[in-house]
Ligand binder design. Structure first.
Ligand SMILES: Cc1cc2nc3c(=O)[nH]c(=O)nc-3n(C[C@H](O)[C@H](O)[C@H](O)COP(=O)(O)O)c2cc1C
Length: 436
């Protein structure tokens, strides 16, 4: 890390934090196997209000249109029965004042006129704080939900997304839309009202060539997969190249990888807390669900603190695994890889699954994590983080109370919201001048 701030390419850059409520296997509630807790508004409200106290840029929600299942059983306990994002945001619009509200929706299985109106409604009610994270979603199992006769091929998904976005943006601009394309034939009257930021803010998540091009052309922020420093820098460089070719600048698109942050009084204390979260996350039921999704058989009698099953997985006729395991993976090859790794490290099933699904992030003292993040942001590797909550409702308190002041001291975090709309806050540049 450079000790002299002026050595960095972006010495005055600031960090953004988004409050990310994920829907994957992370520890969120004390009783992780009680998904009905997703419907307890108080938990969401307290998280969002804590994030706002910490001057977070937005609340960010991921999406999935289908429960993950295997052998007729739901396999992902954290996903079950999630609330509708925009209904939740209507509630948060009334219980927060400055923080942005970014919802993920896919363009493959929804309709532009309908979605444009719903996001615009949240934008108006929140006085300019709404955003849309546009995804295209390749999951075949999601397509099965929608009676559309299969799902679009990869290239077509982004062509459809482009038409979708075109219709959406014209509606957000206050126009009546007459549009006829390859995928949509729309005649829609203008929306009744516009919020103070005009168009809601556009995020995008998708990492193929087409996905990155789409982001470079249209997005104002991307949700990226890359947090490891060199990979993050390489991704930022790739995006910057695409942006320059299009006459846009790197600052026009903010990059947010997902991350968790676990703080402690000492480095060791932080590591112990991180291990505690991991133990809470990987309940017997969750570990077994991951195992069964590869082995395709009932392993309910299995001790997840013991070794992997000796027998090979059943290879199901159906080639699409409904979630958890990447649909491109082959069960036999996956089992072989897992066995090699577990035996090399002496791991139980639980340890293996926890390792394979580890959330990337920063574990350390507030000062150490703040130094690291200042290095990331001044190097241009990221602009912000989609920060996973460590539990509900207190999951951001540590970051707000201990990390944010350390970031402010280093001149990489603001002392107040720059504006009232999400776009103003997202685009706000340098914060307090950095002391030489
Ligand atoms: C960091 C990241 C987060 C994503 N989050 C979601 C999500 O919440 N819901 C969803 O349906 N797809 C999500 N996607 C998937 C994208 O929609 C897309 O379908 C997938 O990455 C394939 O597109 P690509 O070929 O351009 O990468 C995410 C992708 C990335 C890279």
């Amino acid at each position: 890390m450079s000790s002299d701030v002026s050595d960095y390419p972006r010495p005055h850059a600031r960090l953004h934090l988004n409050a990310f409520f994920p829907f994957g296997p992370v520890y969120l509630w004390d009783e992780v196997d009680r998904p009905e807790r997703y419907y307890e508004f108080d938990g969401f409200t307290r998280l969002a209000q804590a994030a706002e106290r910490g001057l977070f840029t937005a609340v960010f929600l991921g999406d999935s249109q289908r429960l993950r299942e295997h052998l007729g059983r739901i396999t992902d306990t954290a996903v079950t029965g999630r609330p509708d994002q925009l209904v939740l945001f209507a509630h948060l619009a009334a219980t927060t004042r400055r923080i942005g509200l970014v919802a993920t929706f896919n363009t493959t299985y929804s309709d532009p006129v309908d979605l444009a109106r719903r996001i615009a409604t949240v934008d108006v009610f929140s006085q300019g704080r709404a955003g849309w994270n546009l995804v295209t979603t390749h999951n075949a199992w999601t397509g099965e939900n929608f009676r559309r006769g299969g799902y679009l091929g990869h290239a077509d998904r982004y062509r459809q997304a482009l038409e979708y976005l075109h219709v959406t943006r014209r509606l957000w601009d206050g126009e009546a839309v007459e549009f006829s394309g390859d995928f949509y034939d729309v005649a829609a009257p203008a929306l009744g009202a516009r919020g103070p930021q005009g168009r809601p803010v556009l995020f995008q998540a998708g990492e193929s060539d087409e996905g990155r091009d789409f982001a470079a052309r249209h997005a104002e922020a991307v949700f990226s997969r890359y947090l490891e420093f060199d990979a993050a820098l390489a991704f930022a460089g790739d995006l910057a190249g695409r942006l320059t070719a299009l006459g846009r600048s790197r600052d026009d698109v903010k990059i947010f990888p997902g991350a968790r942050i676990v703080l402690g009084d000492t480095a060791q204390d932080a590591q112990e807390r991180a291990a505690w979260f991991d133990r809470r996350t990987w309940t017997d039921r969750r570990v077994r669900a991951v195992l069964e999704s590869v082995w395709s058989q009932d392993l309910s009698g299995y001790d997840v603190d013991g070794p992997l099953p000796a027998g090979d997985p059943v290879v199901p006729e159906q080639t699409v695994t409904h979630g958890v395991v990447n649909s491109r993976d082959q069960p036999l090859a996956t089992a072989r890889r897992w066995r090699e790794l577990a035996s090399a490290r002496g791991w139980s099933i639980r340890q293996l699954v926890a390792h394979l699904n580890q959330s990337q992030g920063f574990v350390g003292t507030p000062a150490a994590v703040a130094d690291r993040l200042a290095h990331y942001v001044r190097s241009g590797a990221v602009d912000g983080l989609n920060l996973l909550a460590n539990g509900v409702p207190e999951g951001f308190d540590d970051v707000v109370d201990r990390l944010v002041p350390a970031l402010q001291e280093r001149g990489v975090y603001p002392a107040e919201y720059a504006g009232t709309t999400l776009r103003e806050n997202l685009r706000a540049g340098a914060v307090t001048p950095v002391r030489p």
